[in-house]
Structure formats: structure tokens, C-alpha cells
Design a protein around this ligand. Structure first.
Ligand code: GLV
Length: 309
């Protein structure tokens, strides 16, 4: 079995030995324009690969995306239409994601934002502590990661609601499905967590109208994709203190531009797309399962290219 590997921005030397270990016997090669022309891969293990990889490898049986979001991959005009695209589903990311979101929740709900401002002015002023139930969490996007995050936050004692295209059953979590349920969901949400992928259906979904419907003193945590949130509307709501704050890990253009006003807003926490890194080991184990299933002709859950996940 031949595997072509490419992961933009990653240290390849971390990946290649693990691939060889988990998939012994596979001839795994790093993508390069200078590959032997007669060498054809059966599978592509890729993160944000160049278009040329698919022009060169024309006999692929599966394209495995080494991350949860497939937006960059699906945007490639030369992506072969007849080859299943498979993506990582959780693969260890839900744990990192939950930690990240817990940090944001605690930062605002336990008034660390206020204490930071007080510290700068040498002010000693204790605030009352709210109950966790005063901070209802609404999760946009209840896929593998969203559902697991929702379950864990509910176990922590928060009131958690999830919004997704179709109804989802997660113990302790109230499910809202479809456009018609969005307003009811927003009106009960104080911490809006975006875990939606970027697609034609989700881009700009979190706009001014959506932000207006959140409970007073709301917080936005964006860990899905930057394109889902309308940045000018978010900045406006933060400036007017219609929102208490935001914690942002993803942006429409990354790195976030030097002149973005978000950098200097004291109610905003910015991180450089680190909320849930891909675990190499988990990713390759999942790739192995996909390859195994395809090899046996078993059904695999391929990405729906129209939905974008
Ligand atoms: C990270 O952003 C991913 O999509 O896995």
C-alpha cells in the first residue's frame, strides 16, 4: 500500500515515523513535486495539501484529512470528485477543546476579566460569584467534538444547549435543530460557543442579528472557523459592551492582521488557532481504521461535500 503524506505547517519528521509504526508495510512518502513519476499513492494523508498532489496522484482510494475542518481541502478546484474524503472525527480534539472552552467560561464567569482590569489599577474589589446555571452555554455545531464538549460541560454543572442542522441526542443537553430553532436557542444563551465548520451554509451566520438575541452580558467563544462570525458585527458589539467579551482562536484570515482592532480590546482574548491541536497518534490510528475499512469494502463515513463536513 502506498501513502502520500503532506501536512502544511507541520514538522514532517514528527509524523513520518508514527505513520510507519501504525501502518507497518506501507510505503509512505512525503509529497514532493520531484516524486518518481511511476509511483502512485493509494491513499493521501493530508492537511491543506497543494492542488498539484491530486494532479499527480490519480489512483487514490481515499483522501484522509488530518484535521476536523475540511474547508481548505474542499476549496481545491482539482479535488477528485469520485474519491471519498474522510476527516478526523474527534480523534482526541474534544479533550483539548473542552479545556479551552472551560478556560474562557471561567475567565468571564468568575470575573477574571474584571480582576485583570482591577489589578492594573491596584484595586482590591471582590465580586459576587454567580452560580454556574447563571451562565447557560449554547454550542453551535454538535458534531463529534461539539457533542462531547456539550456533554462534559453539562457534567460540570452548566446548563448546555446545542444547535445543529439536525436534532442530536446528548444526555443532559437540550437540542435545537434548524434555522427555525435558532432564535429560541440564542435567547437562552449567555456563552455562545462556535464549533461550526466553514461552509456556504455557515459563513457569516453569527452576525449582528444573532449577537443581539443573546442574553445580556454574553460572551462569544469561537473555536470553529473565523468565517462563521461576522467580525465587524462582533467588534461593534464588543465596543458597545453589548457583549461582555470574546475568546477567539480562529479568524477569517490567519494570522490575524496586525491592524485588527481585536488585538487591543481589553475584553477580548486572542489565541493563534491552538484550541485543539491534532494528536498525531490519534490521527494516524483513525486513518488506519479508514484505510482498513476501504480495503475491506466496508462503508465509511465520508465528508458530505455539499454540507462541508
Ligand atoms: C483544526 O482547525 C482542524 O480543523 O482540525
Amino acid at each position: 500500500m502506498n501513502i502520500v503524506f503532506y501536512a502544511r505547517g507541520e514538522d514532517f519528521s514528527d509524523w513520518l515515523p508514527s505513520i510507519t509504526e501504525v501502518l507497518p508495510g506501507a510505503d509512505c512518502r512525503l509529497w514532493s513535486e520531484a516524486e518518481a513519476p511511476d509511483w502512485q499513492a493509494d491513499y493521501a494523508l493530508v492537511w491543506q495539501p497543494p492542488q498539484m498532489l491530486f494532479e499527480r496522484h490519480t489512483q487514490l482510494k481515499g483522501i484522509i484529512n488530518l484535521g476536523a475542518g475540511v474547508d481548505k481541502l474542499l476549496a481545491l478546484p482539482g479535488l477528485p470528485e469520485d474519491v471519498p474524503v474522510l476527516k478526523l472525527r474527534d480523534a482526541g480534539m474534544a479533550t483539548w477543546m473542552t479545556d479551552y472552552i472551560r478556560y474562557g467560561l471561567l475567565h468571564f464567569s468568575r470575573d477574571f476579566d474584571a480582576y485583570q482590569r482591577q489589578q492594573r489599577r491596584s484595586v482590591w474589589q471582590p465580586e459576587n460569584i454567580d452560580a454556574r446555571t447563571d451562565w447557560p452555554v449554547g454550542i453551535l455545531g454538535m458534531g463529534a467534538i461539539g457533542s462531547e464538549v456539550a456533554r462534559r460541560l453539562s457534567d460540570d454543572g452548566y446548563t448546555v444547549r446545542g444547535w445543529s442542522r439536525t436534532e442530536k441526542q446528548v444526555a443532559g443537553v437540550e437540542s435545537y435543530a434548524g434555522e427555525e430553532a435558532l432564535s429560541a436557542f440564542l435567547q437562552r444563551t449567555r456563552v455562545l460557543v462556535n464549533l461550526l465548520p466553514s461552509s456556504q451554509h455557515t459563513q457569516g451566520l453569527v452576525n449582528g442579528k444573532v449577537l443581539e438575541q443573546l442574553l445580556p452580558n454574553a460572551v462569544v467563544i469561537n473555536v470553529g472557523r473565523g468565517e462563521v462570525v461576522d467580525s465587524p458585527a462582533l467588534i461593534d458589539a464588543l465596543r458597545k459592551q453589548r457583549l461582555r467579551g470574546a475568546m477567539l482562536d480562529v479568524f477569517e484570515y490567519e494570522p490575524l492582521s496586525q491592524d485588527s482592532p481585536l488585538w487591543s480590546m481589553d475584553n477580548v482574548i486572542i489565541t493563534p488557532h491552538i484550541a485543539a491541536p491534532t494528536s498525531i497518534r490519534d490521527a494516524i490510528e483513525q486513518a488506519k481504521e479508514y484505510i482498513h475499512a476501504i480495503g475491506l469494502g466496508l462503508p465509511v463515513k465520508a465528508v458530505d461535500r455539499t454540507l462541508g463536513y
